[in-house]
Design a protein around this ligand. Structure first.
Ligand SMILES: Cc1cc2nc3c(=O)[nH]c(=O)nc-3n(C[C@H](O)[C@H](O)[C@H](O)COP(=O)(O)O)c2cc1C
Length: 382
């Protein structure tokens, strides 16, 4: 979908060193509120459901749109639905990836509940299945039941440390067979985890993943879907803590000197855009290994299950010091992507209606920063 480094291009290759005269205040400014949900708090909410929500909002989700809406239901349940305005219709026309993000949310909610001795059950689509796209009906009803047999999940410890990592990974080091095997073991009965670290086969996958990313950049409507979600600098990130955030000293500096703007970002004919293509593509090129999740069919339940398995794999990788970065473009269902989609499914061994739901590069990269979050309260429907 996107790269955090995207939009470097909008700076037109400006040299940061040339910007020496800037006030220190500007360039060191950090978001004030957007990262607060990542702060661990000792003030444990009385209601386990609130505890589940405040952790679940840290889940990975497409373009960080955080479309989760929850309503308290009776004494022990939550009804979860989708904020339909937070979907990505160009790149995710059937809301498949959005639903994967709900699966990630449910799995972290379950772990948070287990920490307090509650078993969380998921009743998917209690009012019936959605059609080709999601609708306003609930995605699931979650129930929280105190149960002395419930075990804490060791992966929960990594919830605050897990971040999607768009850095270039160490391609010399590679990823050994053993950690990949441990990650494959996280498959469930409904979603298989597969990996590849053999260099020549990795290269074939990478070439296709990169070509698909470039294609998405080159199609105006898919590119613009991402470009419109860009937040530049701490002020915008605090005001809208979602989407694609471009923060930190470089972007604060470019913003302060007028070298980055929404207009520049959205003008794909600009020289700046052309100059900046490679820095955006580079992370997708650095892939020492791949990991992917396949389901036997592309049902709505399979999409939710994929999210649950994906976040477990991502948390386990975090524990092992490994970084992950999804490369979803070749798995997307819009017409221009059909050829790449078919090729990727065949490359990754998905036949007979099997669906590759997630593909991510995996490796060792410098630490990634947390991405913004709306506060837990903003997801709760009164
Ligand atoms: C279904 C799905 C698809 C994703 N695809 C991409 C992708 O193609 N490129 C990318 O950079 N990030 C992708 N992501 C990662 C999200 O952008 C990321 O989870 C979100 O920005 C929140 O950041 P965090 O994971 O660091 O908390 C995807 C995440 C999900 C759940």
């Amino acid at each position: 979908m996107h790269s955090r480094r995207s939009l470097i291009f909008a700076a037109g290759g400006a040299s940061v060193a040339a910007l020496g005269g800037l006030g220190a205040y500007r360039v060191t400014r950090k978001p004030q509120t957007a990262l607060l949900p990542w702060t661990k708090s000792d003030a444990i909410p009385v209601d386990v459901r609130l505890d589940a929500i405040r952790h679940a909002i840290l889940a990975p989700n497409p373009h960080n749109r955080q479309p989760w809406m929850v309503k308290f239901d009776g004494a022990d349940a939550l009804i979860v639905s989708c904020d339909l305005n937070r979907r990505l219709p160009e790149t995710d026309p059937f809301d498949r990836q959005i639903l994967i993000g709900f699966g990630c949310f449910f799995e972290i909610a379950r772990m948070a509940a287990a920490e307090r001795g509650y078993r969380m059950t998921v009743e998917p689509f209690p009012n019936g299945q959605p059609g080709a796209r999601l609708d306003s009906q609930p995605i699931a009803r979650l129930r929280f039941i105190l149960d002395s047999a419930v075990q804490r999940d060791p992966l929960f410890e990594s919830v605050f440390l897990r971040h999607t990592n768009r850095a270039e990974f160490d391609v010399v080091r590679g990823v050994a067979a053993k950690p990949l095997a441990q990650l494959r073991d996280l498959a469930s009965s409904g979603a298989t985890v597969k990996t590849e670290n053999e260099p020549s086969r990795v290269q074939i996958i990478r070439n296709l993943a990169v070509a698909a990313f470039i294609k998405e950049l080159d199609i105006s409507r898919t590119y613009m879907e991402s470009a419109r979600l860009i937040r530049i600098g701490s002020k915008e990130i605090d005001a809208n803590p979602d989407g694609i955030s471009l923060g930190g000293p470089l972007f604060e500096t470019l913003l302060a000197t007028g070298q980055i703007s929404h207009a520049a970002v959205e003008d794909t004919n600009s020289a700046a855009f052309k100059q900046g293509r490679e820095p955006q593509i580079a992370p997708y090129r650095s892939a020492p290994a791949y990991i992917w999740i396949t389901t036997p069919a592309n049902t709505r339940e399979a999409q939710l299950e994929t999210g649950r398995v994906y976040v477990r794999v991502n948390l386990a990788a975090t524990r092992m010091g490994l970084s992950m970065h999804p490369a979803s473009q070749a798995l997307q269902e819009y017409p221009e992507m059909t050829e790449a989609f078919t090729k990727m499914h065949s490359l990754l061994g998905a036949q007979n209606g099997m669906r590759v739901q997630m593909l991510a590069r995996i490796g060792y990269g410098s630490a990634a920063a947390p991405s913004p979050r709306w506060p837990a309260q903003s997801h709760i429907i009164p």
